[in-house]
Unconditional design. Structure first.
Length: 241
């Protein structure tokens, strides 16, 4: 496991509105690789956690480090794949112009085999001249996945990547995320589609109202025959009890 992709959250706290709204409340966890699922109800803190790891959100207290480097400094010097729940594409660019532009930002890196395979599987060559604002949601997600791989990052973050996708696009996206695995890479996926997440993740973190309330390997989750959805609902009931 590459040390460069180890993510360490230490007593992470994020509050808004002068401390009145607590989004994350003292989360400490270490992520060492593979595909990590992030589940929780709306408002649980999933997006805030991903933004902190991406270096896009400054913690109120505590810290986030990646490979021993503070998250914001890491983001400035090392490629990082981050797909927010509602990405904003530059509408005037074509798919090819957008991807080529990202390569220029990353020092014009050569395509990896994984990128090439996914671009082919996602039929991006056919979409190359299409403007980004003319793409369907599923097509946009395919472009985002390939874009997240540019620069061969050790860390990739997906925030609700399957929202609004039809079953075919969802299956393609799942296969794309699985194909993006490699030694030394950590992929974190936040999703409400728990059946899809169960097929992806080797580890799942449960968030509830800013707290980390569960941390289970795929083996632990499957040992009692419960689905991820059943385990999540059980966790929610325990917390409310």
């Amino acid at each position: 496991m590459s040390e460069s992709s180890i993510v360490v959250l230490q007593d992470l706290r994020v509050a808004f509105g002068g401390g009145k709204l607590v989004a994350l409340d003292g989360i400490s966890v270490t992520l060492r690789g593979g595909i990590v699922g992030l589940v929780g109800a709306n408002g649980a803190g999933k997006t805030t956690l991903l933004r902190c790891v991406a270096g896009a959100q400054v913690p109120t207290s505590g810290s986030v480090s990646i490979g021993g480097v503070e998250a914001r400094r890491y983001r400035q010097s090392v490629p990082l794949g981050f797909i927010p729940a509602q990405p904003r594409f530059p509408a005037y660019l074509s798919v090819a112009q957008f991807l080529d532009g990202l390569r220029q930002v990353c020092g014009n890196p050569a395509m990896t085999e994984c990128e090439r395979d996914l671009a082919s599987a996602f039929d991006l060559e056919r979409l190359a001249d299409r403007r980004l604002n003319t793409l369907s949601l599923g097509q946009s997600r395919r472009v985002e996945v390939v874009a997240a791989l540019i620069g061969d990052p050790d860390l990739i973050l997906f925030d609700e990547p399957t929202n609004g996708l039809d079953p075919i696009a969802m299956t393609q996206l799942r296969h794309g995320i699985i194909a993006a695995q490699r030694p030394g890479r950590c992929i974190v996926v936040s999703s409400h589609h728990l059946d899809e997440l169960q097929r992806l993740a080797s580890r799942v973190l449960f968030l509830k109202e800013g707290w980390l309330v569960g941390d289970h390997s795929a083996a632990e989750l499957s040992s009692d025959g419960q689905s991820l959805e059943a385990r999540f609902l059980s966790t929610e009931r325990v917390i409310h009890a």
